[in-house]
Design a protein around this ligand. Sequence first.
Ligand SMILES: Nc1ncnc2c1ncn2[C@@H]1O[C@H](COP(=O)(O)OP(=O)(O)OP(=O)(O)O)[C@@H](O)[C@H]1O
Length: 575
Amino acid sequence: MKKIFKYLKKYKLLIFFAFFCMIAGIILDMINPYLMKIMVDDVLIGNKRNLLKTVLLGIAGISLSRALLGYLREFTFDYIGGKVQGNIRKDLFKHIQSLHFGFFDKMNTGELMSRIGNDIDNIWSLVGFGMGLLIENILYFITASSIIFFLNWKLALISLLTTPLIAYLAFEFEKKIGEAFEKISDQNAEINTTAQENISGVRLVKAFTREKYEIKKFLTMNEKNYDLNVEKLRIWGRYFPLIEFLSDLSVVLVVVFGGMMVIGEKLSIGTLISFSQYIWMLIWPMREIGWLFNMFSESKASAKKINKIFDTKPEIFLNKETNNLNKETFKGHVIFKNVSFKYEDEYILKNINLEAKPGNTIAIMGPTGSGKTTLINLISRFYEVSEGEITFDGYNVKDIPLNILRKNIANVFQDNFLFSESVKENIKFVNKNESINEAIKLSCSNFVYNLKEKENTIIGERGIGLSGGQKQRLTIARAFNKNSKVLILDDATSALDMDTEFELLKNLKKLPNKVTTFIIGHRISAVKNADEIIFIENGEIVERGTHDELLQKKGKYYEIYEQQFKDFKEIKEVL
Ligand SMILES: Nc1ncnc2c1ncn2[C@@H]1O[C@H](COP(=O)(O)OP(=O)(O)OP(=O)(O)O)[C@@H](O)[C@H]1O
């Protein structure tokens, strides 16, 4: 909640204006019952007809101003709420963008969507509506109760008899409903995640005829959500009617005891009428308290979850200021010095040493799960090395500002993620001004020109309408278009036929800049021409050398070569 107040600071003047409208409205509301008292006691009973016009004009004027002030107050609070909601959403999105890979490994997309969506909307209802209403209710309560004490302190005491009990119930209610809202918010996030994963993986679900299972899974979650909502309603049902009953009891007490006082001529009829009007100004806040607490608890639960993300600090940060660096400082000289890496407590990479001079190609092979992707992820500092160091043109990567480091590295990941935009926009992802023709040509993506709208063709979130190989080539074109000094291809040619793969790898030498390349590959054809091939097993380099050297060693690489020999022989003929 403290964070929300920080966001409110910016709108001090507007908040002041909204409160001014609110307080002016309350003051006018307090005058009206008094005018009614004059109307009854003086005009009607006391026969002072000359006052009639003034009193009627007063009531009409007050009602009109009250409506205008109410509109201004509501509009201003709504405006502030919308602004605060927008600012928190913007900052949260920015913060999420700044977080490290490890955060995303643990957090699922559905949960993040809930935070950016539902939870921030809850904050809006609090700022744009709930908070003002709560303060207004408190002010109504304080002023109306002061006035009724002034009018008749004995009747005031009687009418406030139930208040301590209401306060106690409201407090208990808030505690219980708060817990319920936290559970509901968690459950909403789970539902979001399930729906999002199911829709993203709908092809897999259909292919494995798992629709029924998925529906059942979703229904179970929905039922749990329903149960939690019923539980919330039960809490509501347990407390709210009681709060309403106790607040209504005040009116009954005023009518009974006030009526007796009027009969006993200890109170004028006009005072009793105005008293009962003031009493409603006490009762409404009390009746709304449950509902307001409900809203508060919901927003509090949301704020807690949003704060948890804000409190997560990026784990990858700059070690020391190296202001003299810019993108051009780097030539693409990458060295791993005794690098080890652990996920939690388990070593994934052990004592890796390697050097890639500018323009070199380093190929990485090894069984699945041996640590190849982890190794190349360390270069861009997606994860931090646990021991040893990686240098980029002599600078420890930890000392290079992240944006400069990453501008120098173009990654092609294993999953061919493409945005739901045109081919052109996807390739121009980083270099908006760069022509994409060269990148299309070098990545063997000429198929683009056969699409209906050529490079302006819109492709789906995951490249719907394109083959796996076409998607791979577009992701490579995007990397080429980045013009970085280091290029990382993580199994990026696996979906290509051998001829296209050969053509594409040959094109690496034609890139406008000298590029240091890291290629992870499972096929000999993808790694054969590298300056050095390293073979990793269980996180350790177990073999290294050029293609010819490794063949002579007759080790792991040779075994793979033997297995793929048939395919390779065909390629050799092409070469
Ligand atoms: N975020 C993570 N948290 C914990 N362990 C992880 C994480 N990512 C990968 N691992 C583990 O690290 C090991 C190496 O994974 P890595 O992805 O580097 O292997 P790889 O050689 O690239 O495999 P593949 O050829 O299948 O892509 C695996 O045992 C994997 O389970």
